[in-house]
Ligand binder design. Structure first.
Ligand SMILES: *[C@@H]1O[C@H](CO)[C@@H](O)[C@H](O)[C@H]1NC(C)=O
Length: 421
């Protein structure tokens, strides 16, 4: 390899040369060994669905394009592959600003023809209806400051300080619990499911779901994919927490701060985490049937949210799930979904095991290492911790088991989507 001119002066010193050579050698050996690990774990033998009963769940808002091009056909194929006896599809859409309803109607017909049991709710309630409701129920906050949001390409609208607005997370939690209702109705008539599969509006196929299902031979409270919008950057950072409860250290491979989580990434094995969602997640269904305290989606309390904190319902569910502590929550790095076809193709190359590239591995290893070294010297940001402590001090009853889910944000619903306040 040629030594680049700007390095020449630096490398003039003999010791520096030796050091650089050793580092290069070390990195090469590391990358080669990781390559071998990843190749070994890629493209595992896929067991059949067998007699596992799977409840498929999803919520939708204004995602016509990916529904039409990939998602709806993939769900229909998946349901047929699992088999009509063993599958139920529960979908909730409301107030989309595009033709999502039309695509879901086509899916409904498709599933009907295949004899797949389902409930597809196409609700006319819009975000505008939601924000214009009386703020009598729980799940509302007051705008902490005046803030402007985009109305369309040219115009903006302003929400003044003090205006009551619905919080995004309790709204999403409510919809997710609605989608779970058929599970309980079927239980009444004596039918229970083994797994609950939550799907975002992602590109995936049946093999991805079979790989996810087979994570740790089925021994997990929940198993998630990795999701990509603009590869190599992964997408979902709101709900993902590593084995020690930290947010991902970086958006690219090997992602994590916790050594336990990082070790698993490097070996291509299921990654222990505190929480994940990542576009596709398979839950053991048992906790949803718990008689004393059935597992359900929720947001943090309005009082805590008023201090400008938020936590994803997709993270809190793992914090609330008693099975998380015994069977664990895992990311299966062999399952990579995308938010469009381009993203999916980029992280699922034809040669299984060739992703990520050797260069991406070398770069990722050093990027991650340097970030961790720098972090050791940096003062920890205690904003979230302090706010949580203040809220706890207000009342002995104030308790939040999902403290690792919290971030310093306020997310509110807008008539045309959602925004930060
Ligand atoms: C997929 O999404 C990326 C990022 O948003 C975009 O650059 C790309 O053009 C999209 N591809 C397709 C086929 O829409």
């Amino acid at each position: 390899m040629l030594v680049r001119p700007r390095w020449r002066r630096l490398a003039s010193n003999r010791a520096t040369k030796v050091l650089a050579l050793l580092l290069a050698l070390w990195t090469t050996i590391e990358v080669l060994s990781i390559r071998r690990n990843l190749l070994r774990e890629a493209a595992p033998e896929l067991p059949a669905f067998g007699n596992q009963k799977i409840f498929i769940a999803s919520i939708h808002w204004t995602d016509e394009s990916v529904l039409r091009s990939h998602w709806a056909p993939a769900v229909a194929q998946l349901a047929r592959d699992i088999g009509p006896e063993n599958v139920y599809v529960s979908i909730y859409e409301s107030g989309s600003l595009d033709a999502s309803k039309e695509v879901l109607q086509i899916l409904d017909t498709d599933l009907e023809i295949s004899g797949i049991r389902r409930k597809i709710v196409l609700d006319e309630t819009t975000h505008k209806d939601e924000v214009e409701k009386q703020h009598t129920q729980a799940g509302w906050v007051q705008m902490p400051v005046d803030r402007s949001y985009r109305q369309n390409w040219t115009d903006w609208f302003t929400l003044e300080k003090g205006t009551w607005v619905p919080r995004r997370i309790p709204y999403l939690a409510r919809l997710r619990n609605l989608v779970m209702q058929p599970l309980y109705e079927m239980q009444q008539s004596g039918e229970t499911f083994d797994k609950v599969l939550w799907l975002n509006d992602v590109v995936f196929n049946t093999d991805d779901v079979r790989t996810l299902l087979a994570t740790r031979s089925g021994d997990y409270a929940a198993a998630c994919a990795l999701d990509f919008k603009r590869p190599p950057m992964f997408y979902d950072t709101f709900a993902l927490r590593d084995a020690e409860g930290y947010e991902p250290l970086m958006e690219t491979w090997p992602y994590f701060q916790s050594s336990q989580s990082r070790e698993a990434v490097i070996h291509g094995r299921p990654i222990p985490v505190a929480s994940c969602w990542n576009g596709m997640v398979m839950f053991d269904a048992a906790p949803f049937y718990d008689i004393r305290r059935p597992l359900a989606f929720r947001g943090i309390s309005d009082g805590l949210a008023a201090s400008h904190l938020e936590g994803s319902e997709c993270c809190l569910i793992h914090a609330d799930n008693p099975l998380s502590r015994t069977k664990g929550v895992w990311v299966n790095p062999q399952v990579r979904v995308g938010y469009n076809g381009t993203a999916y193709g980029a992280v699922n190359p034809v040669n299984a095991g060739s992703w990520p590239s050797s260069f991406a591995i070398a770069k990722g290893l050093w990027h991650n290492r340097i970030k961790r070294w720098l972090r050791a010297f940096k003062l920890r940001d205690r904003t979230v911790e302090n706010k949580l402590q203040n809220w706890r001090d207000e009342d002995a009853g104030h308790h939040e088991p999902g403290s690792f889910c919290l971030i310093d944000e306020m997310q509110v619903m807008l008539w045309n989507g959602w925004g930060h306040a």
